[in-house]
Design a protein around this ligand. Structure first.
Ligand code: SAM
Ligand code: SF4
Length: 373
């Protein structure tokens, strides 16, 4: 039986069990027909690695569970953001179907993001279903942590492996200003709950925004001296209607590093796998590490094996380009597993080499919350 649990923001609904029966069934998103995915044995038998046209292996899928959020960070979305109506978003059953398809193409790592993934009703059961799909060996989540105090333990029990938590400053006032109304105490409680639940190693994401928090990188970096966390500094990226704000407030990786080194001395390089976008360093003697994600000034596209599923069911091939393959419309129109698999494979093959920020090409169609950062 699916479990139900309270969600402080939205009422929880159980995952429908008839979902994979291959019949038309009603969901809160409307009436949908889903062909059943193959059983576990058949899925394993058909699983094969997928490469793009540049030879990069595509094995990492980030899924936006919702475009909605309980905060409005200045670098992410406008204050008066309009969210999509529910029927335009993927249902739980559709997400699970698409993860099965991705797994058959060799995807073994999933990150749930958004918007804010924890506000999605049924998120715990959804994690449980995703984690049990053959071939999926790692399920992570990026979250603002506001609801983790209550959800970290059930999420961990359902199969979530790790969390990245967004925190851009440790100063309560500046936190409120960046998020527009957030209370940083909720984030600290969320971090503690994540650690208690064993969602380790905890990674903290900090987007550095000029005029808002560039001085806070020192306090955030200092956290790694006593805690075995990875604090990751992210260069702000431009998207959609907030791109003007973003481009005029970006702080480069070099500037952030210089700031940190001016206080803590030269950083030591930590081991680097060339796949993770974060380049790790360590303050000498520190327990934790610092990561720098320099998407804008020093892109890491050569090692990128990520594709994304937007909350409205489009396969997004590069975070910073608008190229997408619609999977949800054909799925709702009755396409079977093999058809959707062929669409996903073809899309992955055409993953662009890299972003075009240097030549003035950037993503215009969506804000970050709609893509799934
Ligand atoms: N709500 C969750 C959170 O904030 O962690 C998950 C979604 S959020 C869009 C995912 C990550 O993208 C967060 O770490 C956030 O800080 C980052 N982000 C949002 N807008 C960004 C931007 N314009 N440039 C770079 N990172 C951004
Ligand atoms: Fe919400 Fe995350 Fe965007 Fe902040 S960064 S507004 S928490 S989706």
């Amino acid at each position: 039986m699916p479990t139900t649990m309270r969600n402080p923001i939205l009422q929880e609904l159980p995952l429908t069990e008839a979902a994979m029966a291959g019949q038309k069934h009603r969901t809160r998103y409307g009436s949908v027909t889903l062909f059943p995915p193959p059983d576990a044995e058949a899925l394993q038998a058909m699983t094969e690695p997928t490469h793009d046209s540049y030879g990069r292996r595509v094995r990492y899928l980030r899924i936006s569970l919702t475009d909605a959020c309980n905060l409005r960070c200045v670098y992410c979305m406008p204050e008066q953001m309009q969210f999509r109506p529910r029927h335009e978003l993927m249902s739980d059953e559709e997400i699970i179907f698409l993860v099965n398809v991705a797994a058959s193409l060799g995807v073994d790592k999933i990150r749930l993001t958004g918007g804010e993934p924890t506000i999605r009703p049924g998120v715990v059961e959804l994690v449980r279903q995703i984690a049990s799909i053959p071939g999926i060996r790692d399920v992570a989540m990026t979250t603002n942590a506001l609801l983790l105090d209550e959800l970290a333990q059930p999420l961990a029990e359902a199969g979530l492996d790790r969390v990245n938590i967004s925190i851009d400053t440790i100063d309560p006032e500046r936190f409120r200003r960046i998020t527009r109304w957030g209370d940083i105490e909720d984030v600290w409680r969320g971090i503690e709950a994540a650690e208690r639940a064993g969602l380790r190693p905890v990674k903290l994401n900090c987007v550095v925004t000029r005029g808002f928090n560039e001085e806070d990188v020192i306090d955030l970096a200092a956290l790694t001296k006593e805690e075995d966390w990875e604090v990751r500094f992210i260069e702000m990226m431009p998207f959609g209607e907030v791109s003007e704000f973003q481009l005029s407030h970006v702080v480069s990786f070099r500037e952030i590093r210089e700031k940190v080194e001016s206080v803590f001395g030269a950083l030591e390089e930590a081991s680097y796998d060339f796949v993770d976008p974060s380049r790790p360093f360590r303050i000498p003697g520190a327990k934790g590490t610092l990561g720098f994600i320099s998407s804008v000034t020093e892109p890491f596209c050569q090692g990128c094996g990520r594709v994304r599923l937007t909350a409205d069911g489009k396969l997004r091939l590069c975070l910073l380009r608008d190229d997408e393959v619609d999977l949800l419309s054909p799925l709702r129109a009755g396409a079977d597993f093999d058809k959707i698999r062929a669409l996903m494979k073809e899309g992955a093959f055409h993953k662009p080499w890299g972003h075009g920020l240097a030549t003035g090409v950037f993503a215009e169609d969506r804000a970050m919350n709609q893509i799934g950062g």
